[in-house]
Design a binder for this molecule. Structure first.
Ligand SMILES: [Zn+2]
Length: 681
């Protein structure tokens, strides 16, 4: 049997081969399509058992098999696997598109929702059906044929425009390079960055150093280069990418207008007044008005701190760096100098106290204490010798869930850190299927046989991903579509992950998980206090910058006219400037074209959704504040967080879950306090 089609247990990584992908996918797609026609047929009763369950069985098989392929493509990439993945991806995408627009399935879901059976179904089942109906509606299922055709055409255009937007940005980014030949020009830049720049120049047979607009080259230059002229040149190139100042083929100006316009039309076809309203329909936030009020309030609270941050930076730059006027290309540089002057400690120094041999057990102990579970290594086939596997059990020893941990970077793994589900909890015919998660990071492995050492940022990342993992693993929902993170509103899904990050700033949690790599000594309290003091460095400026992006994004998709009123000279840039006058303390030069590289909203999934970052941060900080009130390791509060947030997953609205846990609606006070924005300025 093809191991990708073996659903009896854990994925069979040891037996995986890229040539197994196509036959497995083709077989599953064929079987699923046949099944859909069978269950969508008029004679089949629109019941949970006769309709939803067989459909879920089929879709679960596909998502599990394809999930293994996608996971391996991300963590053990090879030319053969990439080829297998890319050649099957369009078929799988096509299948899901058909599924989301299938009139027979939509009719069946509607019949189920209207049936006598429906009110008797469990909460998780009803929510699942309601989500399906909503997604069909948002996918245009209710539209008359002519509008449906237009709807599909708009979607296709939007997808092409978005892809063109990011291609332009990438091409424009790649097209620029700056070659430095004078050692004075590169003064201040760290040696490892210079080494890479030297090798890049040598590869082209040129002397000196080659700098580009890619992050590993651009960011250190802006942060460390003593040459103001070099910083200005790089900055200018960076903020004018894909704009009218560069090659006309790569100019994103017209795409921006077209994308905003098409999104508005798509939303109006479905009866929404704006794209923002359409985007918020499946989210926790209720209306654009509510989001604007939220962002406006946070801005009002944060702006005085941002102004203070900037004032301090300007004073420092004037007195210590001889920069009388702080320009946009000086901000990163002066900030780094100020940070070092103020909090004399390095990431490298901290890192020595966080070996993985104490960090992982420490994180597990925290979770064991909070939730009364036990976490222990277990046996399973893995995709790489470095991968670990663990089982989570309850007090009675019953299995709750299992997870893989793949910590280290390697050339075959994509960047970043993420959690993915391998198996979702589900109860079927009396049997319980327990969940399985993948936790993936890109930390440096240990050298010379010693354990890996983590920076505090990396420890925080690990906690964050484990928070997503726990959301998936500790669910008590038995229905596939609403178990774990499934069906959770997009702007609330970061609550459990950001919540976990808070523990990385608790002395009682952190101290026991430290042990100096050479001496075994725990982290000194004085060093931890310095880390705490540095935690909120420039948090005011960082907050208003995020708010500037979020407000620009929301207005753009809510009350902005993309064609503009020539009398009012209403362009995208005018809108951005108006937002800046409201919230910003730093104003870039007039040539800056930020919208032209704002991929999150023009080429990613964040349109009218950028606010989610701050929104979820308010939720996670406020949820955590109950632990601060009751004791951060209080098991009763832990049990309540599990019951009301982690266990219920997507089976009820996130706001209801939050209120059930916190006893009231969310407030932003805890976030402000965590960010050091409570004392007078
Ligand atoms: Zn996350």
């Amino acid at each position: 049997m093809n191991p990708l089609l073996d659903f009896s247990g854990l994925p069979r990584f040891a037996d995986f081969k890229p040539e197994l992908v196509t036959p497995a996918v083709d077989q599953l797609l064929g079987e699923n399509r046949a099944l859909i026609e069978r269950v969508a047929a008029p004679g089949v009763p629109a019941t949970w058992r006769d309709f939803v369950e067989p459909l879920e069985d089929a879709n679960e098989r596909l998502s599990r098999a394809w999930g293994i392929v996608g996971h391996l493509n991300a963590v053990m990439n090879s030319p053969e696997l990439r080829e297998a993945y890319n050649s099957n991806l369009p078929k799988v995408t096509q299948y899901y598109t058909e599924l989301s627009q299938h009139p027979g399935l939509y009719a069946k879901y509607k019949a189920l929702a209207a049936s006598a059976e429906f009110p008797g179904l469990g909460r998780a089942q009803r929510k699942n059906v309601e989500n399906e109906l909503r997604d069909f509606r948002l996918g245009g299922a209710e539209l008359p044929p002519a509008d449906k055709a237009r709807f599909t055409a708009i979607r296709e255009k939007l997808s092409a425009h978005s892809s063109r937007f990011s291609d332009n940005l990438l091409d424009a980014t790649n097209a620029f390079s700056h070659y430095a030949t004078d050692a004075a020009e590169v003064a201040g830049i760290p040696e490892d960055v210079l080494q890479a720049a030297r090798e890049a120049a040598q590869a082209e047979g040129r002397p000196g150093w080659k700098f580009t607009l890619h992050a590993p080259s651009y960011l250190p230059v802006m942060q460390y280069a003593d040459s103001r002229a070099l910083r200005e040149r790089m900055y200018h190139a960076y903020v004018t990418r894909a704009s009218e100042f560069g090659k006309p083929d790569w100019d994103n100006s017209a795409l921006i207008t077209a994308i905003v316009e098409l999104r508005g039309e798509l939303a109006r076809l479905l009866g929404f007044a704006s794209y923002a309203e359409y985007s918020l329909e499946p989210k926790m936030a209720e209306s654009p008005h509510q989001v604007l009020a939220f962002l406006g309030e946070l801005a009002g609270r944060a702006k005085p701190y941002a102004a203070r941050d900037l004032g301090e930076l300007q004073d420092f730059a004037r007195s210590e760096l001889g920069l009388d006027r702080l320009e946009s290309w000086d901000l990163g540089y002066a900030s780094e100098k100020l940070r070092v002057a103020r909090y004399a400690f390095s990431d490298q120094e901290v890192k020595l106290y966080f070996p993985e041999t104490t960090v992982l057990p420490g994180m597990f102990q925290l979770v064991e204490r909070l939730y009364g579970v036990s976490i222990a290594p277990a046996a399973a086939p893995v995709w790489h010798p470095d991968v670990r596997f663990y089982a989570v059990r309850d007090r009675a020893g019953a299995l709750i869930g299992q997870f893989y941990v793949d910590l280290y970077a390697r050339p075959s793994k994509r960047g970043g850190a993420w959690m993915d589900d391998a198996i979702t909890r589900r109860r079927r015919d009396g049997g319980l299927q327990t969940p399985v998660a993948y936790l993936n990071c890109n930390f440096s492995a240990g050298v010379g046989g010693k354990p890996a050492l983590f920076t505090h940022d990396e420890v925080t990342t690990l906690f964050h991903e484990f928070g997503h993992g726990l959301h998936h693993l500790l669910t008590r929902v038995d229905v596939l579509g609403t178990a774990g993170i499934n069906g959770v509103e997009w702007d609330a899904v970061e609550l459990p992950s950001q919540f976990m990050e808070n523990f990385c700033w608790e002395w009682d949690v952190i101290a026991p998980m430290t042990s100096h790599a050479d001496t075994g000594a725990p982290l000194p309290r004085a060093l931890f206090d310095k880390m705490l003091a540095a935690k909120n460095f420039q948090s005011g400026m960082q907050t208003v910058r995020q708010l500037e992006f979020a407000l620009f994004d929301l207005h753009l998709h809510y009350d902005f006219n993309p064609r503009g009123d020539p009398d009012k000279n209403e362009s995208v840039l005018d809108l951005l400037n108006a937002v800046r006058r409201q919230v910003a303390v730093v104003f870039p030069p007039p040539y800056s074209r930020f919208p032209h590289n704002f991929s999150h909203i023009f080429a990613g999934g964040y349109a009218a959704g950028y606010y989610s970052y701050k929104w979820a941060e308010v939720l996670s900080a406020d949820a955590y504040s109950l632990f601060e009130e009751n004791g951060v390791l209080d098991p009763a509060t832990g049990a309540r967080f599990w019951d009301e947030i982690l266990a219920v997953g997507g089976s009820r609205p996130a706001l209801e879950s939050f209120v059930a846990f916190r006893g009231r609606e969310p407030k932003m006070d805890a976030l402000l306090r965590h960010n050091g924005m409570t004392e007078r300025v």
